[in-house]
Design a protein around this ligand. Sequence first.
Ligand SMILES: *Cc1c(COP(=O)(O)O)cnc(C)c1O
Length: 386
Amino acid sequence: MHDDARFDTRAIHAGQAFDPTTGAVIPPIYQTSTYVQDGIGGLRGGYEYSRGGNPSRTALETQLAALEGGIRGLSFASGLAAEDALLRTVLAPGDHVVIGNDVYGGTHRLVRRIFGAWGIRHSTVDTSDLDQVRAAVELGTTKVLWVETPSNPLMKISDIAALTELGNEAGVLVVVDNTFASPALQQPIGLGADVVIHSTTKYLGGHSDVVGGGLVFAAGQEELAEQVTFTQFAAGAVSGPFDAFLTTRGIKTLGIRMQRHSQNALAIARRLEEHAGIARVLYPGLESHPGHELAARQMSAFGGMVSIDLDGGAAAARRFAESTELFQLAESLGGVESLVNYPSEMTHASVRGTEAEVPESIVRLSVGIEDVEDLLEDIDRALARL
Ligand SMILES: *Cc1c(COP(=O)(O)O)cnc(C)c1O
């Protein structure tokens, strides 16, 4: 592969050279915990023990770095394991974090409960409002600005380039959770971000069959990348070889999947917008979305996540979420199959009663890549039951 290969080519070839021993086009899954040494310390390819390194994981890490335009990728047992390793490396008791008010519920819980108990303070702000972020940054003690865009589940759009500039001026590490957009649609490092984090469980894996997480470091963050690699090795939250393989396999079709997710989601968002029982459709691809222009600038399409705010409040939202058939009621997102989620009692139950609470009238759709006509019929039937 040439260094200047384009996105879809990198997705398929980065880190995926054929097996030199047999010529197998797909490198084998290195389902091994340890490696023979040719005499003490005589390692073949640097592999010693699979917590420290495994070729299936290396393949995925190379692919992740190539897709996000970073200098190093790391693959973890889950998205939250990746977040934990990064924050544990960067933060010390007394430090402060600025975090978005509708980030993934588990991210907020990690910062509030695990790091809070360890003496880390945080401010929860609307990162789509630069003034709020500026006011929350404490010079000297704020170490991390955590941005998720589009956000989960309210689909707010934050200005990555402007936030990075603001953060870097204040000496703050700017971390972008790129799970919703995926690198096929948005590349935060190109916009200035220092570190990108993924729940690879979602669009990167893409088939709802594996849990995983990833970090990618921007050029200039070589030292941090080394330190986090050490944290991962020393604390142990690595992905297993089979999980890494499944994720790599999913990533190869990311580009075409994201195009189809985006087309289907736009069609569904437009249909929902016409419906009387719905107060707001939250989809950055709609001209009515307050972040539409910004999203059009920093994303190449608008992704597969659509949230709706129902007029009938909690009762209507629950009824809708329990009425669809093709859209199966489940947590998670980003797979080829469509899912519906009721955030306030499912994905975001852990943030009820906090500043990151999600209104009870919100339903979130993860629009899959099924035939859009079938999806539209499913939505129409569920709305008819409201
Ligand atoms: C799911 C998710 C996470 C957490 O990832 P896990 O793989 O479930 O640990 C983090 N951020 C976002 C945006 C997510 O959707």
